[in-house]
Ligand binder design. Structure first.
Ligand code: F6R
Length: 597
């Protein structure tokens, strides 16, 4: 959600912090702020995008500082509610990501004790609590303060006259970057990649003392924790736009490579059981949020087809509070960030219920990897655009690989059949590339959607969730109301809403067994005067007779068609948003990593 950065070393801290905040801006962007120690604490913060804070920033020299980019959860976006916060005497400064649940009670108590508050945020209570407990040792004061907090947090704080940063974490990501005579703390590794790729992840309940010379991690019991560093393989360039106007477009064009990378080692997973060596479970439950939930829905079709195993799909936010039947499915949790609060809570709940858990994530070392029994990493590389694109496609690839693995291990797929499925998957990077080669067709076709207030997306079978995802992408970045429907459901209600002002995006693929039914559904909507933008196979001659415009995809096996159809849908959303002049990489009210409930 919010982005946190802290620096202590030899460089100008403000330069490092601004550079890191630029990279973190996708996590939150309704306000931003910075504090530099020199030796007073000099604070500057502003409502609005980072550029606004930077434009008004005076020259502040100093080698220690913290910065923050905010996605409001408690208290509206404003100068006062922007982070960092200072204590009453301007001696301690703090930035926070997360939610403090008992902040009202704490605030009242602190106010009665004479603390003066300047914002409506939950965060401000933390800095006052630290001030209250500070007897000359900031680390101990932070430990005492977080012991009183109920909720979730990643925090970093500094104090007047000191070169150290104190950080702490509970259920919000925090990573330490290790340099020579300099060290960093950040909510996301992309913030510090320009300076170092040597990192240590902070775990729940830990606190950290960071000086230019070293980082010292303390466990919840106050004992020092030894942890070796990891090397991140992403480069800073991987997180740049590379000549594309937006991260989203760049990331869509990286999809062939992302799929290719995610398929590396697939044979080991499938044949040698590198993932799921033991397939002794009678059913599978897949749990996720948002786009990852749509991947889960596609995964259900793939697993039931290839592994002949019953699959249920649940939203993480629902599963975690559900009563829980007496069943022990394999629970698969999908989260590209590995930090989504609801999905993490669902992982814990699944374990509490005695289920074996498998996580699918794109971020090495993310929190989910520590919550599950086994991890399958997608290899999409860093995704900066808020709308998930390449990570979604690699989640589909991961689910296909897992489906083939389970199908093969349960002998539903012979060795030859397994190879056959794998070769279809290996054809996906090429198929996606051929869709991308025709991106200009999509750009021209979207004119019929640009002025719309509402757009319907319809599909059947495995492309029903694909259309849900298409609709989500459109509403997320173009702010057009879009709904996805199983095409067979139209006549049970939604058809009443259709007329010439409501365009319909439909998918009908000749090889699919639902093709005829889809053609009938498209005729139904066309009869209500709805303009139809259809996605069909390259060889289809009938579709242009019922649809106003047809965008073509390669004729792949229908089971794998969500991969190519999704690319068209992502491009549709992108070009509609572009033509409507929307802020594509930073849509309003959304954040890349949803670390609050
Ligand atoms: C949509 C989008 C969100 C995420 C959702 C889950 O483009 O990005 O719907 O899919 O917040 O995020 P992860 O996969 O990180 O758990």
């Amino acid at each position: 959600m919010c982005g946190i950065i802290g620096y202590t070393g030899q460089r100008e801290a403000s330069e490092v912090i601004l550079e890191a905040l630029r990279r973190l801006e996708y996590r939150g962007y309704d306000s931003a702020g910075i504090v530099i120690m020199n030796p007073e604490l000099t604070l500057h913060k502003r409502k609005g995008e980072l550029a606004e804070m930077q434009r008004t920033l005076p020259q502040i020299n100093g080698h220690v500082g913290i910065g923050h980019t905010r996605w409001a959860t408690c208290g509206k976006p404003s100068n006062e509610n922007a982070h960092p916060f200072l204590d009453c005497h301007g001696r301690i400064a703090l930035v926070h990501n997360g939610i403090i649940e008992n902040y009202m009670a704490l605030k009242e108590k602190l106010q009665n004790e004479g603390h003066v508050f300047t914002s409506q945020t939950d965060t401000e209570v933390i800095v006052h609590l630290i001030e209250k407990h500070d007897k000359g040792d900031l680390h101990q004061a932070v430990r005492a303060a977080v012991a009183e907090i109920k909720g979730t947090y990643a925090i970093a704080c500094i104090e007047k006259g000191s070169g150290q940063i104190i950080a702490a974490r509970k259920e919000n990501p925090l990573v330490l970057g290790l340099g020579i005579d300099e060290n960093f703390v950040a909510s996301d590794v992309t913030a510090i990649l320009s300076y170092t790729n040597r990192v240590k992840y902070v775990m729940d309940g830990e606190t950290v003392v960071i000086t230019p010379e070293k980082v010292t991690i303390y466990g919840p019991d106050g004992e020092m924790v030894e942890r070796s560093s990891q090397t991140v393989t992403w480069s800073a360039e991987d997180a740049q736009k590379g000549g594309f106007p937006h991260f989203m477009l760049k990331e869509i064009f990286e999809e062939p490579q992302a799929i290719h990378n995610s398929l590396l080692g697939a044979l080991d997973v499938i044949e040698n059981g590198e993932i799921l060596p033991n397939v002794q479970f009678g059913s599978i439950k897949i749990i996720a949020c948002g786009t990852s939930y749509h991947a889960a829905m596609v995964g259900k079709y793939a697993l039931e087809e290839l592994a002949k195993i019953p699959v249920t799909v649940e939203l993480a936010s629902e599963y975690r509070y559900s009563p829980g039947a007496k069943e022990f499915p394999l629970v698969v949790l999908i989260s590209q960030s590995g930090e989504t609060a609801d999905t993490l809570a669902a992982a814990r709940e699944a374990k509490r219920r005695g289920c074996k858990t498998l996580g699918i994530t794109n971020v090495i070392g993310s929190t989910i990897t520590r919550e599950v029994d086994e991890v399958f990493y997608t290899r999409a590389g860093p995704e900066i655009g808020v709308a998930a694109t390449k990570t979604y496609l690699t989640q589909l690839i991961a689910l296909y690989i897992i489906a083939i693995r389970i199908g093969y291990a349960r002998r539903n797929l012979s060795h030859d059949a397994m190879w056959n499925e794998l070769s279809k998957l290996r054809a996906m990077p090429g198929a996606v590339q051929s869709v991308l080669d025709k991106a200009f067709d999509v750009e021209a076709a979207v004119d019929m959607l640009v002025p719309a207030r509402d757009v319907f997306y319809i599909g059947r079978n495995i492309n029903y969730p694909t259309m849900l995802e298409g609709a989500l992408k459109l509403k997320e970045i173009s702010y057009i109301h879009a709904e996805g429907f199983a095409a067979g459901e139209l006549k049970h209600g939604p058809l009443a809403l259709l007329d010439s002002t409501t365009p319909v995006v439909a998918v009908a693929l000749t090889k699919d067994h639902t093709y005829d039914k889809m053609m009938a559904n498209i005729s139904e909507v066309a009869a209500r005067d709805s303009p139809v933008l259809a996605i069909g196979c390259e060889d289809d001659k009938e579709l242009p007779q019922v649809a106003d415009l047809v965008l073509r995809v390669p004729c792949v096996d229908p089971l794998y068609s969500p991969v190519v159809v999704t690319v068209v849908l992502q491009l549709i959303a992108y070009y509609v948003a572009l033509k409507r002049g929307c802020s594509i990489d930073k849509p309003k009210n959304l954040a890349k990593s949803v670390t609050v409930e």
